[in-house]
Design a protein around this ligand. Sequence first.
Ligand code: MG
Length: 387
Amino acid sequence: MTSGKARSAANPRKRLAILGSTGSIGRQTLEVARAFPSRLKVEALAGGENKELLLEQLAEFRPALVASLVPLGEGELAHPCLWLSLEEMTTHPDVDLVVVATAGKAGLAPTLAALRAGKEVALANKEVLVMAGEIVMAQAQAQDVTIRPIDSEHSALWQCLEGQRGEVARLILTASGGALRDLSPEQMEEVTPAQALRHPTWSMGRKVTIDSATLMNKGMELIEAHWLFGVPLERIGVVLHPQSMVHSMVEFADGSILAQMSPPDMRLPIQYALSYPERWENPSLPRLPDQATLDFRPVPPGRYPCLELAREAALLGGTCPAVLCAADEVAVERFLAGGLAFTDIPQLIAAALGRHRRVGHPSLKQILAADAWSRRQAQAWSPRGDS
Ligand code: MG
């Protein structure tokens, strides 16, 4: 590889902490780290429930700092390491960049801790900005840290905005439409978890795959984009683009639109977040073919109620997006467990939002209280309306 001349002995390896290393984004982050051993050092790993995989990762990368949701026994580790909480890990002096690839609200406190400590942060955990965008962005600004988005859409927007000084007219998020985009409304009611989990273009974790089928994922991305780039919600649109090759677009004041294209492979946005402002040649990443057809069409009104709920919650602001996130998480769990119909997901979320007493400019404590309240509502909700 020839493109690494800028990084020299005076510019040593970037030391990474990867939170959520056994999840889909965590595993792909480690693939990127494996491809660039002279540029990236895995200093810290925090794993979830998959103990076996975490042990494999620890044996391969030998990080000095470790955190795990499940206890690891004495003698299970082949090398000496320091056991830390997520917050101790993200603020540790030996860590330069924190990759937040946890799920749900687990990433919130460690992200804030990392920002407070002035660390570089690469963020894959959507809920962090959806739940607490105001607090997180204020913390990033106070420390003059640019949050590096790992979501493919936000990486695309970030790349399109880089170096541009013109006024932004619109951010345009692309959506594949998910696994169920061609079904009729009647067929939607009968959808099984297995069907909804079959995403046409991306291979991802279960929660985000269901969120892609409902377009809740796109709704959360709308909120993320608003916070990351400071663009008002009414100037952020969504278009359906089934090929998932254009990852998002920016329209400027003069009508010019810049788009970012690449095959649907999360390793590219992950790598960009780690290499920024450089670009590294990675032979294991796929390239777009010379021949491709790109389709764009508007989101059919009424077809994706979760997208509309997300936009409503975003406009209401305050604690509403946290309520949306928590209700969605419970709804998706209940759907995957066979306890709810696919079309119950938006009903449950709408019921939680409808009952919520919004708090404006909430503190972290108020956000977490709204989250807990929403989860209780969502667990108790019944499609027959008897809760
Ligand atoms: Mg995305």
